[in-house]
Design a protein around this ligand. Structure first.
Ligand code: NOJ
Length: 553
């Protein structure tokens, strides 16, 4: 703990300004060599994260799971899946991270379990009306013989949101609700037994020493009473970000659960934090998730979804600071994660690409990699100058683009299967990381196996190549993170500046931040000295798709 205190003493609410690096365990580093990343792999690579200069890591799920949705289908919340190691491996990883001054947040998946969870198996056996079924959302079907689903809700992954079960006597029976895949039945959060079980799960991980939780589907746990019909508009965002008044997103009663958890975390020492994954239609609504007695942080998805447009970006930053500020919460900033097209590709998209659609071999307008990378570096430079907490997704520090040419037979995202290949889904942002250009599987492991194929051109993005190159994206991230910490950019406020309609410009203390989102170079003021630039340039004008931090005499 001694080293953690150097970063932020207990009580200083470290999460308000932390840079948190998301690890997607199956694709980070693979110590066992089976082609799927694991906890010992993470431990073996922690030095590289310390050198990068982040404050905390968030691990996507590594708990026992049949992996129908890459671990977001948990069968045992209190154990590690053998794919990823053991509880002892987890404890070691946690201790080693703490020794390096890195805090650890784990993923909590409370909206649904796996259909292999013992509770769901008991529910199937116990039959209609039983307390076992009451832990999930079972209903009788409509129609003469209950042959129609209880309502018209559609799953995020495609198809209907209800699955019919076969009862013990072999006859078709009740239906259960699954916002995601049929292998992910939703819990009934009006049930006290469910609430008690999750209190106990939180304690299990807090007792082990975790610093907090990223709460999966924090906007979906409570459904509108009576489960009324609802059909989303055709182009709605699949995680639910687009619309108001959806009966399974953003229901009011969900806030009581967070208040309960907030109190539970407060019983523990050392400032533990909750970060909600809530895709909601407005920042005003999103801010309700982080009122003083609820979650500590929530992801800023409206910011993530903002296109490369100066007005839109300026507006969303202003609104974020305003809305989160009103409730006394820090804004978070995030550009990539395991559910969206990597921002080094997304920011160069020329056509609409709703969340979950992905990019694949048949996508007509694939983004230009060079433009994408320039924009991604500029966007990150801007983001890391903003007050609040920033989330990074593994691989973005290498400038990795989306993997766009994955052959169909490797695809694993349920979205791909549930839409019969109509949506590529999220595999393209989940390909295992390149560590060493000349090693098997680019150093992901020692065997060369990889659960998703790594593009051959990723040798140029390998960490060892980029470490040796001052102009690489990795070197830029290191410089930015170090300067951000030194200058205290994670806290405080900003002063907006006017640099024309194609720029986003503000000042942090004596540092001016300017990003050029237009189509021609933007002149710097006379006497400006560039402190850092997202790409090198000569002359006194900031090139297109470039950001700078500069001072004036
Ligand atoms: C959000 C997670 O980030 C995503 O990967 C997952 O598929 C769904 N929730 C369901 O748990």
């Amino acid at each position: 703990m001694a080293q953690l205190e150097q970063i932020a003493a207990p009580g200083s609410e470290w999460w308000r300004s932390a840079v948190i690096y998301q690890i997607y365990p199956r694709s980070f580093a693979d110590a066992s060599g089976d082609g799927i990343g694991d906890l010992p792999g993470i431990t073996s690579r922690l030095d590289s994260l310390r050198d990068l200069g982040i404050d905390a890591i968030w691990l996507s799920p590594f708990m026992t799971s049949p992996q129908k949705d890459a671990g977001y289908d948990v069968a045992d919340y209190r154990d590690v899946d053998p794919l990823f190691g053991t509880l002892a491996d987890f404890d070691e990883m946690l201790a080693e991270a703490h020794t390096r001054g890195i805090r650890v947040i784990v993923d909590l998946v409370p909206n649904h379990s796996s259909d292999q969870h013992v509770w769901f198996q008991e529910a199937l056996k116990a039959g209609p009306g039983s307390p076992e079924r009451a832990r999930y959302v079972f209903r009788d079907g409509k129609g003469k013989n209950g042959e129609l689903p209880p309502n018209n809700w559609e799953s995020v992954f495609g198809g209907g949101m209800w699955e019919r079960v076969v009862e013990a006597d072999g006859a078709p029976g009740q239906w259960y609700l699954h916002i995601f895949d049929p292998t992910q039945p939703d819990f009934d959060w009006t049930n006290e037994e469910v609430k008690e079980e999750f209190r106990s799960i939180l304690r299990f991980w807090l007792d082990r020493g975790v610093d907090g939780f990223r709460v999966d589907v924090a906007h979906g746990m409570v459904k509108e009473a009576g489960l009324p019909d609802y059909a989303p508009v055709a182009d709605a965002d699949s995680m639910g970000g687009g619309e108001e008044n959806v009966p399974y997103w953003g229901q009011n009663d969900v806030h009581d659960i967070y208040r309960d958890w907030h109190e539970l975390l407060a019983e523990y020492d050392g400032d533990r934090a909750l970060c909600g994954e809530a895709w909601l239609p407005t920042l005003k609504k999103t801010a309700l998730w982080v009122r003083p007695d609820e979650m500590h942080q929530t992801f800023n998805f409206p910011y993530l979804m903002t296109p490369w447009d100066a007005k839109a970006l300026g507006d969303v930053i202003r609104e974020s600071l305003d809305e989160f500020g009103k409730v006394g919460a820090p804004s978070t900033w995030v550009l990539s994660n395991h559910d969206v097209v990597r921002h080094a590709s997304r920011l160069a998209l020329t056509a609409d690409n709703p969340q979950g659609e992905g990019i694949g071999p048949e996508t007509p307008s694939k983004p230009d990699t060079k433009i994408g990378l320039a924009r991604a570096r500029a966007a990150t430079m801007l983001m890391l100058a903003l007050p609040g907490s920033a989330y990074l997704y593994q691989g973005e520090e290498l400038g990795l683009p989306e993997a766009m040419e994955i052959p169909d037979e490797f695809r694993q995202d349920p979205t791909w299967f549930r839409t019969n290949g109509e949506r590529y889904g999220r595999d393209g942002c989940r390909v295992p990381l390149p560590w060493e250009a000349d090693a098997p599987a680019f150093g992901f492991n020692g065997t060369g196996l990889s659960w998703l194929p790594q593009p051959a051109e990723w040798a140029t993005y390998a960490r060892d190549t980029e470490t040796a190159d001052e102009s690489s994206t990795l070197s830029l991230y290191k410089r930015l993170l170090s300067a951000r910490r030194e200058r205290g950019f994670g806290s405080g406020s900003l002063v907006w500046e006017d640099a024309g309609k194609d720029a986003v410009a503000f000042r942090r203390g004596d540092v001016h931040v300017l990003a050029n989102l237009g189509t021609k170079p933007l002149p710097l003021p006379a006497g400006a000295t560039v402190v850092l630039a997202s790409q090198s340039f000569t002359g006194a004008a900031v090139p297109v798709d470039t950001a700078v931090w500069y001072t004036t005499a």
